[in-house]
Design a protein around this ligand. Structure first.
Ligand code: NDP
Length: 396
């Protein structure tokens, strides 16, 4: 029986993964080693009971008692806290979904690679912050990393049977988010409720807001460079409001292979779950005649500076990705708490990178996961003071 673990099981990607596993027989056909979540204890316990998991872990130490109570009589072990997440990843699994949101997903994902199985990687922050280390760890242990981001799954699929030397460019698409056509004055006043209302995709809160700022696309540019090992100049982002074409690969003979599908993450998750086979996945089948037209436009980097910042980060290399992601996560928290306006997020990330630029080590290659996490902490501290100064200057 295939042994599986799902990190971030109670989130948007996690729930879609559980749905697909249920449809493929659930506990009857899978040995579920570990399921992890955060604050949603009731749902984590329900999933663990249904899938007869060996272990359920919440990242919140204070919720241990609640999880233990919710699992009483089920035979499922309970554990809590960040170390318990890493210990859960120590339990051998053949297939692991990495779908914790944010840098918190790094350590468990790294540890899961030690078993030499498959890591289905939704946690793009891992590649952005520590791409070379993650890939080296996978190679050392004979593990396979499969991309779950829809764009990267699309590129991966377009490359099957192709020679990387023949690849001229990779184009990833962006819906443009809910503010695609908003003028600057309106963007400055955008609220959390407006920013989280993604026009096409149903996703977690944080990635929805990252889609509105285009920080999500910025992370994906870096993710593309790290995962496929191509130069930043070969990677393009194009706005495609319909979210039907997820990515395109251009070859040196001028041919362009596009991957199309409905905006439903179960396609990319199902591909990673069943790879190298293809099995039925219950996503809507596209009716091209009904769609009528697919449109593309250049992203506006003046209104959405995140893409420009990503290019600067790719040029810096080293630990700049870790700093970029940490500053972005800190700015996002400040926006969610009402301490920073929508446009302030990119401004705070840019200022944090400028201040850290001078700091020793930003462009050093990541030597270990610890050095990545140290840069993550440093950047969070710097971003917090940038945001604090901005609030003081604004008289907040
Ligand atoms: P969600 O916010 O919906 O879910 C996040 C999961 O992580 C939940 O299980 C949550 O628990 C748990 N969690 C939250 N904080 C922590 C923490 N500090 N430590 C451990 N676990 C934690 O996120 P998404 O599913 O939207 O995204 C997950 C990852 O996948 C992200 O990296 C995102 O960028 C990526 N991704 C998501 C896509 C999507 O369509 N949603 C598409 C492509 C990539 P709880 O909810 O119980 O508090």
């Amino acid at each position: 029986m295939r042994r599986i673990s799902i990190f971030g099981a109670t989130g948007s990607i996690g729930e879609n993964t559980v749905d697909l596993i249920d449809r493929q027989g659930g506990a009857a056909t899978h040995q579920v080693v570990a399921l992890t979540g955060g604050r949603n204890i009731a749902r984590l316990a329900e999933q663990a009971r249904n899938l007869r998991a060996q272990l359920a872990v919440t990242c919140e130490p204070t919720l241990y008692g609640a999880l233990k109570d919710a699992l009483a009589g089920s035979g499922v072990e309970a554990a809590a806290g960040p170390e318990a997440l890493v210990e859960a990843a120590d339990r051998p699994a053949d297939w692991t979904m990495s779908a914790i949101v944010g840098a918190a997903g790094l350590a468990p994902g790294f540890r899961a690679l030690r078993h030499g199985g498959t890591l289905a990687l939704a946690n793009k922050e891992s590649l952005v912050a520590a791409g070379p280390l993650l890939l080296a760890e996978a190679a050392e242990h004979g593990a396979t990393i499969l991309p779950v981001d829809s764009e990267h799954s699309a590129v991966f699929q377009a490359l099957v049977g192709e020679d990387m030397a023949a690849v001229e460019r990779v184009i990833i698409t962006a819906s443009g988010g809910p503010f695609r056509d908003w003028p600057m004055e309106r963007l400055a006043r955008a609220t959390v409720a407006e920013a989280r209302a993604h026009p096409n995709w149903s996703m977690g809160l944080r990635i929805s807001i990252d889609s509105a700022t285009l920080f999500n696309k910025a992370l994906e540019l870096i993710e593309t460079r790290e995962y496929f090992g191509i130069d930043p100049e070969q990677i393009e982002a194009v706005v495609h409001p319909q979210s039907i074409v997820h990515a395109l690969v251009g070859f040196r003979d001028g041919g362009l292979m596009a991957h199309l599908g409905p905006p439903d993450m179960r396609h990319a998750i199902g591909y990673a779950l069943n790879w190298p086979e293809r099995r039925p996945v219950p996503v809507e089948r596209l009716d091209l005649a009904r769609l009528g037209s697919l449109t593309f436009q250049a992203p506006d980097e003046a209104r959405f500076p995140a893409l420009r910042l990503a290019r600067a980060v790719m040029a810096m290399r080293g630990l700049a990705g870790a700093a970029f992601n940490a500053a972005k996560e800190t700015a996002l928290d400040a926006f969610l708490d009402g301490r920073l306006g929508f446009l302030g997020m990119a401004a705070a990330v840019e200022e944090t990178l400028a201040r850290l630029d001078a700091a020793e080590g930003l462009t050093n290659p990541p030597a270990s996961l610890d050095t990545v996490l140290q840069m993550d902490h440093l950047a969070r501290r710097e971003a917090a003071s940038v945001i604090n100064e901005a609030a003081v200057a604004a008289g907040a």
